[in-house]
Design a protein around this ligand. Structure first.
Ligand SMILES: [Zn+2]
Length: 490
């Protein structure tokens, strides 16, 4: 069973398996004061994170000349060293215990694919051996930097791009044949010996979750998840070697898929993970959330899915569920009405919940709301125009950021302002909400991140805005903490 550290003190710590909120800190100096104030007010030990696959990157990538890397890599302009160092230092100053998370190490063939997935566009591809080694080399460089800083408490591995989706569509005969080809007889017997019977896992509210995996289903999943499991284990072991005696939690993300994560898949993945002698402290399945929009599906179905996933994660590994894509349609909507309640009911309150985009969205919305002609509003307008221009250029040249969703969103924006010119530069325009993050990584010839720098300076210098923003940032985290009952968690 996973363990839990003893009494935590201010600053960065390893939290072990404990319910908590997790938030991205894309511009640490802007977002931290409000977030830490909320953690302190509710006596909550929370997580500070950035995703290694997209949001942050090693210092040398952040400092490289413009164009050396894709605009989407490390798109916050905040290095691993910076967010980890500043996060730990500011938490200590504020008297708050935090865990610093290396979020979403996405093993994927290209950055463009990682970004398209973020927009819900899943292309079935299979990474080549060369691409895989390149991806692993990159993450070794990331982990090295995190290990040097020395405050990392959680590693989230996302190897969902390595699923062999084709396995779902193979005939039974083909599954049996391929399984026999790829697994030695002894290995096959051991693996299949773990399944076949109906397993029952206790769930909150005195309920039971039952899952059965037939021999054929186990073979199919073995084919589907083999690469993902092996590569995740390699990353995990590398991290262990680099971090030495420093404990850290392992989170397995299965969420960034087109389909919901089936209970059987979770059972298989975690059972095999454990069979490799590895620990899993948190599990992030796809429970039906899309990024940056509220959940509007059936709440009873959500609760059922959460209950199944929670019971299996607990039963197999003693892990808590980690709910990904927690950002809703606006900074004020949570994840939609009734969603927190459904999660509480399904998990009995033992849950980790992740947000990130929403803090940047709040900042941009608040700048947009400033009076016309003011410095803050002018900064907002230049960001809006910069993002729009970049996207229109991408569209024109068929660039890597183009997805069917983006095309629809831009058309929708054009129709909107044609009908009502007053909606020009609306911060709620969907194309902008989904792509405003790009502004932070736009650079001039000298490499300066002009919008990011301007945002930091503006917030620093306009004291009235700073105070108002901190209040809103704190209130946003308080809504999450209170909504999911995450106060006094250690
Ligand atoms: Zn995720």
């Amino acid at each position: 069973m996973a363990s839990r550290p003893t009494k935590t003190k201010p600053g960065a710590a390893w939290l072990g398996v404990v319910k908590h909120p997790s938030t991205g800190i894309r511009i640490p100096e802007v977002f931290l004061p409000g977030i830490l104030a909320a953690y302190r007010k509710r006596n909550t030990a929370g997580e500070l994170s950035l995703s290694f696959g997209r949001e942050t990157a090693p210092e040398e990538v952040i400092r490289a000349r413009p164009g050396a890397w894709e605009i989407t890599r490390g798109h916050t302009g905040t290095s691993i060293r910076e967010y980890m160092t500043v996060g730990a230092r500011e938490a200590e100053k504020a008297g708050v215990t935090v865990e610093i998370e290396a979020d979403h190490l996405i093993i994927i063939g290209s950055q463009a694919a990682a970004l398209q997935r973020l927009a819900g566009h899943h292309v079935e591809s299979h990474i080549s051996p060369e691409e895989l080694e390149k991806s692993l080399d990159y993450y070794r460089m990331c982990i090295d930097e995190a290990a040097e800083v020395g405050v990392m408490g959680c590693l989230t591995i996302d190897a969902s791009d390595l699923y062999w989706m084709e396995a779902d569509r193979l005939s039974s005969a083909r599954v049996r044949r391929l399984f026999a080809e790829r697994y030695e007889p002894a290995q096959a017997r051991t693996l299949l010996g773990r399944y076949g019977e109906t397993l029952s896992f206790p769930a909150p509210g005195g309920k039971q979750v039952r899952v059965t995996l037939s021999e054929l289903q186990a073979m199919r999943l073995a084919l589907k998840f083999r690469d993902s499991l092996t590569v995740s284990a390699r990353i995990c072991q590398y991290c262990k070697r680099k971090l030495g005696r420093k404990p850290f939690s392992v989170e397995i993300a299965l969420d960034e898929t087109a389909e919901l994560t089936a209970p059987r898949e979770t059972l298989f993945y975690l059972t095999e993970w454990k069979a490799m002698g590895l620990l899993c402290h948190y599990l992030g399945p796809n429970v039906g959330f899309a990024k940056r929009v509220d959940y509007t599906g059936e709440l009873a179905a959500l609760e059922r899915r959460v209950r199944q996933q929670h019971a299996i994660a607990q039963g197999v590994c003693g892990a808590l569920l980690s709910i990904h894509s927690g950002d809703g349609s606006s900074p004020y909507s949570g994840k939609g009405e009734g969603v927190y309640e459904a999660i509480l009911a399904g998990t009995g309150g033992d849950v980790k919940f992740k947000i990130s985009d929403v803090y940047y969205e709040l900042l941009v919305d608040m700048l947009c709301a400033l009076p016309a002609g003011s410095e803050g509003r002018r900064l907002y307008e230049s960001i809006f125009d910069g993002v729009l221009k970049l996207l229109r250029d991408e569209l024109m040249r068929g660039g890597a950021l183009v997805t069917p969703l983006l095309v629809r969103q831009l058309e929708e924006y054009d129709r909107q302002i044609e009908r009502d010119p007053g909606r020009e530069r609306d911060s709620r325009a969907q194309f902008f909400r989904f792509n405003a993050y790009l502004a932070l990584n736009m650079r001039d010839k000298a490499g300066k991140r002009y919008f990011r720098d301007a945002l930091v300076n503006y917030v620093k210098e306009d004291r009235a805005f700073r105070a108002k923003f901190d209040d809103e940032a704190e209130a946003l985290m308080l809504r999450l903490i209170d909504g999911l009952n995450l106060a006094n968690n250690t």
